[in-house]
Design a protein around this ligand. Sequence first.
Ligand code: G3P
Length: 254
Amino acid sequence: MEIWIDTADINQIKEAYKWGIVSGVTTNPSLIVKAQKKYGISDFSMQKYILSIFEITKDDPVSLEVTSTDCEGMYNQAKNLHQTFSEYGKPVIKIPINPSEENKANYDGLIVTSRLAKEGILTNVTLGFTPEQALLAARAGATYFSPFLGREDDYIKNKELKHDNGITGGADLLENIMDVLNPYGFSTKVISASIRDISHVRNSAKAGAHIATIPFKILEEMAKHEKTAEGVKLFVEDSRKVPEYEALCNYSSS
Ligand code: G3P
């Protein structure tokens, strides 16, 4: 399973890339707002800021979400974003599967996705909450599909439901999606998203998600265990008792 970072915070991206474990970035408008507040990015310098993300990611995918909710609007934004950033890296256009129930534009996400797929523009169909949406996105030629595990958990909990359309939680949603897509050899890759804790990461890997996009805080948690830190402390203390061994470690033959 690939690990991507779910943030628009340049310093978090820089740091996680240093660890050598990240191979992509996902953003959304809420994450952009957070970064804008933190770094005081003006409208004027937004493009420059996002370009600085592409400088780090190089050929790795970077998801950027459209903000329009109708077909033409999303299509035009997708083309603009693709045009602006594709010479610097690999922009992936995030399209909500079902952008606007109120406007009855329920299928626009699919229409735009299939149009972009025919033009070779990479898409990440986002805000996924059912295996059926995943199937539709795959049929439309989505490059990626993102089920939102944490938000599915929240939805079921907050509404005090036993299940949502037969789905009992975020992990179950992902498992069902993998079961539905896997037999048919779709090229669409599943990005496990809205990850809130390390159990979501573990369950994503166990379910065979192609990618998990993970917030920085959870990447940090994944690397930690109290017993690891305690063990290192003891080894360092013991190494002081064998200076010959420490000298060997420090010996450079060059
Ligand atoms: O990748 C999707 C993610 O950014 C949404 O996460 O925690 O806002 O549900 P969250």
